[in-house]
Design a protein around this ligand. Structure first.
Ligand code: ZN
Length: 206
């Protein structure tokens, strides 16, 4: 394909490119899976909330879930670091989402890395039912290893957005979560005094 032909192809398919950012908000009922991933303080939850609020504006029936383990700020609300809150339902197991999502058009799941290994299957079932599923989660733990069900969610997702934080050491873009304490529990919920985002160089330097 010559360059000029390629450009034409690009223009003709531009509607599909914009769908990458917000897939068919008003198209026919057809399910899909979006994953928003990244390190701590990268704006994952803010992006999740932004998409869910837009779905509500579009009059979609929206339900938001988070693992019961994440009780940092509030039992019921998905709350991001900038306190931009939206109501959510805590669930102990991913299977609970199947029942609770009945009749919904859009399902949001925050802190998905803390949910169990059945989550990818659950979200596939929801997508097959015609539900738009938007998942936010840490893709790596503090050791730089894939976190919980996230790698499998990324594999089955239709759309993936990786958001970045700013490295607290050098100011570059960051996608690692560096833990500043020696506490060895993986499920340590994050605040600025415990974690800081770092780029790859700074993450492995210390
Ligand atoms: Zn750095």
């Amino acid at each position: 394909m010559k360059n000029s032909e390629y450009f034409f192809f690009y223009i003709r398919n531009s509607s599909k490119l914009t769908m990458f950012i917000e897939p068919g908000i008003n198209s026919e009922r057809k399910g899909w899976i979006e994953v928003i991933c990244g390190s701590m303080f990268s704006g994952k939850t803010e992006e999740l909330i932004r998409r869910l609020k837009r779905a509500k504006i579009a009059n979609k029936r929206v339900e938001i879930f988070k693992p019961t383990i994440d009780v940092r700020y509030d039992e019921v609300n998905v709350v991001s670091h900038n306190a931009n809150a939206i109501r959510s339902t805590p669930v102990p197991h991913s299977q609970n989402i199947l029942l609770l999502a009945e009749g919904m058009e859009v399902v949001g799941i925050d802190e998905a890395q803390f949910l169990d290994s059945e989550l990818p299957q659950v979200v596939e079932t929801l997508a097959k039912k015609g539900i738009r599923v938007i998942i936010a989660g840490l893709d790596m733990d503090f050791e730089g290893k894939p976190f919980g069900p996230m790698p499998n969610l990324l594999a089955v997702a239709d759309y993936i957005t990786k958001v970045h934080a700013v490295c607290m050491q050098c100011g570059d873009i960051a996608h690692f979560s560096y833990r500043k304490t020696s506490d060895s529990t993986k499920v340590l919920l994050g605040e600025h005094d415990t974690y800081e985002p770092r780029c790859r160089n700074c993450f492995y330097k210390h």
